[in-house]
Write a protein that binds this ligand. Sequence first.
Ligand code: GLU
Length: 545
Amino acid sequence: MDYTALAELLFPDITKSISDFEEKYPPRDLPAGAVVTRIAPSPTGFVHLGNLYNAIGERLAHQTGGVFYLRIEDTDQKREVEGAVEAVIDAMNFYGVHFDEGVTKDGESGAYGPYRQRQRKEIYQTVAKSLVQRGLAYPCFCTEDDLKAMHDAQEAAKDNYGYYGKYAVWRDRPAEDIKAELEKGTEWVLRFRSEGDPEHMIPVLDGIRGELKVQENYTDFVLLKSDGIPTYHFAHVCDDHFMRTTHVIRDESWLATLPIHVQLFDILGWERPVYCHTATLMKMDGSSKRKLSKRKDPELALSYYSEVGYPQEATWLYLLTVLNSNFEEWHLANPDADSRAFTFSLEKMSTSGALFDLEKLDNIAKEYLARQNADFVYDGLLRWAKIYDPALADRMTAKADFYKAAINVGRGGEKPRKDYGSWSAAAKFLSFYDTATFCITDACPENADGDMKREILTRYLDTLDFSDSQEEWFAKVKQITDALGYAVQPKKYKKNPELYKGSIVDVTNLLRVALTGRQNAPDICEISHVLGEEETRRRLTAYMG
Ligand code: GLU
């Protein structure tokens, strides 16, 4: 077969050669050891947690004086959604991820573009043409039905699936047959002609997993689809070569097709990038582990975290904790340091099923927010509320000092309160302060209800003095407790409940419910000072009924 003639027949418009593109995209002039990496999302409108997780590459790139870029893998036009590219860029910006080059909101920047795959057709076809010229690729005119029949035959014969061996019906067809189909205008795909031997195991170095051995690919996989657009496999190899990517950080689901990728790099004589396959995010479902699913788990969408309102840094702290075995220790030793100060290393990344657990995220976020000052929390909450709770944003703006004082309750000191880890939880938690949102949600403690409720509240109001110190205030509460037959020490009540009406816990919980609507709330004295004397007295009186 005259492969040169075949190549001309298939790609008459391609006049450039691979070396033209080698010249156009020369090796980058960077310091030794510099990492060039990217994220390469498809513009489906769904930005998932994995995109942020793989954007960890930014840290690696910037730690080494390298380059981090954004490529858009838009070869599947059917799945493309308008505004999806902006959504990726916004989401990454939100988490403080910055690209040195690649697709931008109004175009792109960088010398290795275009960075949108659909604009790179000429590059793929040039490489494809060269493979045809070398006898390493050929057109296949199988229809969907032909492929289905092949699959059924393989199933019946218990053979491996795929286009190979005797099933590769177009692999060695004479030129006349090919020409005849082309003349008829039959659709074709371009397949790779694999000489791989399934008995061969190929070593591949994975930056996270170490040396892997993968089975050599023996199938004639598709390089170009019938519209001339490449498959992921072919596009990935061409793009990461010409964009001079040194590290490909991607989900472990790509391990299955890794043999195809290394085969292409090798046959093209291009240096393989360091593959870094990150662990798939898993979660516990009952007692078994499963992959996070787009359909079942809202937390797979990155937007979930901004909607719930986890502070960006808390989300990072959590991700790094799950993904890097040495991060938690570092964070404990440097609790106030920005996570960007952590020296990130691929070898410490998890290699299998990173277990995702929202409760743990919430705990990390609570710890994080507890360490921030009131201004930080106020600003973060206000930013969130402007989007998700405009009425709250209005109230916060109108009464900034009041809200800051409320946020400040229980903050600072050795053991700051950890009431909320997200802005939505903060909004809910703080709602009792503002008269506009105050409501009674918890019941009156049983031991302090009815006549006793009125008696306790009357005495409390009679003795309430806003100039009292915390100690003086507490001494008065103890006095009322004792005088009304409640145990000042809860232990004593527990031991001999018949001797008392209840304990001081009932008395203080009554005050809490009256003031905050809840039995579980921060310090009564501090809350009262935030509410002010008038509102405090009003709530206590109202609760008397
Ligand atoms: N478009 C691919 C994805 O979203 C990119 C994988 C890669 O990073 O190579 O999974």
